[in-house]
Design a protein around this ligand. Structure first.
Ligand SMILES: [Zn+2]
Length: 373
């Protein structure tokens, strides 16, 4: 639900998806976590996160996050903190053999694992705040495997149900900590948009499974609604095409997905339009009327900088399909869903400044177009 604070956000408000690239010092700190006391580690990261917050404020964003600098990766940090996962599953990814976590024990059902991080963010800015959680469907699809997980959770549905309960409590804790916008990250929903992937052609062995949008999407939506219902915060769903080494793992526009979100109770869907092979602005015509959109108009994958005019033009093309009142502006995805992703923090800062400049121009343009009252 929109809240008093999020309702005051301007037309074409600008918001981050979540992560910012980590400077090398932050990457070193995350690697050396075990070497130092929790107090020392936490204190050093507090200073870094303050910098991440101030950087977004100075760029002019209307909404800020903590840059996710306390996380090694947007999902893995949750797995580490909640427990029950072990790196035992070998799989092939772009020709490399890797080992990934799967769930092997029941997850802990205790206190919130992100509330302290959220409190720190809310206490260190006056801007509207956003905090992202990985979605239950995404985690269920990636981290339940019949060979390893059956003792803990007999089926993926059992795992999904427990995840939805834990994440619902986590979301409540974020709101109690003062967070204005809770975002659920679910790039797994975008898999349904990739015809080749759905047909089994992928370089990521983990994604070689039966993708059945008719049966699985309602299950994913029900799990999301268990988190959203009763939550007194604005809720976003983020559906991107994955970011990996300055490329996308997935392609396809949103036409298979958007019409099937009629029963979803979130406020806004954050989508990608800047990078090649992602969304097409005409997809927005398929957005169910109760949903607003976050338009990804900044390419986070390529190094090249779009001009302010190009960003403005992309967003204006979206405003030709749905009303400007339903539009917010964001980068396509977080700049670094994994702490090791390559963009520099200076590149992200420059791109965010251009996003803000484009939003300002759009506000002027659409204010002069609206009839005088
Ligand atoms: Zn993303």
């Amino acid at each position: 639900m929109r809240t008093e604070r999020t309702r005051r956000l301007p037309l074409f408000f600008t918001h981050p998806i979540g992560s910012l690239p980590r400077p090398q010092m932050v990457r070193d700190l995350l690697v050396r976590r075990e070497e130092m006391s929790a107090d020392r580690f936490g204190g050093l990261l507090d200073d870094c996160v303050r910098f991440a917050i101030h950087l977004q404020e100075l760029a002019g964003l209307d909404v800020v996050s903590d840059g996710e600098w306390r996380r090694v990766q947007y999902i893995r940090e949750f797995l580490l903190r909640i427990g029950g996962f072990e790196r035992v599953r070998r799989y092939e990814h772009q020709g490399e053999t890797k080992v990934t976590e799967v769930v092997v024990r029941r997850m802990r059902d205790g206190e919130s694992v992100f509330a302290a991080d959220a409190r720190f963010l809310a206490a260190n800015t006056d801007r509207v705040t956003k905090f992202a959680l990985p979605s239950p469907f995404l985690i269920a699809v990636r981290y339940w495997h019949a060979d390893y997980s059956r003792e803990a959770y007999p089926t993926m549905q059992h795992f999904l149900d427990h995840l939805a309960d834990i994440l619902a409590r986590e979301a409540q804790a974020l709101v109690a900590a003062g967070i204005d916008i809770v975002q659920l990250d679910d790039p797994a929903l975008t898999y349904f948009c990739d015809a080749a992937l759905v047909a089994g052609q992928t370089h990521d062995e983990r994604l070689r499974r039966a993708w059945d949008i008719e049966h699985e999407l309602p299950v994913a939506v029900a799990a999301l609604n268990r988190i959203v219902d009763g939550l007194s915060a604005e809720v976003h769903l983020h559906c991107c095409h994955s970011v990996y080494k300055r490329r996308s793992d997935v392609s396809g526009n949103y036409s298979p997905l958007l019409p099937r979100l009629r029963e979803l109770h979130v406020d806004r869907i954050n989508l990608e339009f800047a990078y090649q092979g992602t969304g097409e602005l005409s997809d927005l015509a398929l957005l169910p009327p109760h949903l607003s959109a976050g338009l990804g108009v900044i390419d986070v994958r390529s190094e090249c900088l779009q001009s302010v005019e190009q960003i403005e033009q992309l967003a204006a093309a979206g405003a030709a399909v749905i009303a400007p009142e339903r539009i917010a502006l964001n980068p396509d995805c977080g700049f670094a869903p994994d702490a090791g992703e390559p963009p520099t923090i200076d590149e992200a800062y420059e791109k965010l400044k251009r996003l803000v400049a484009a939003a300002q121009r759009l506000r002027e343009r659409f204010a002069s177009q609206s009839p005088a009252t």
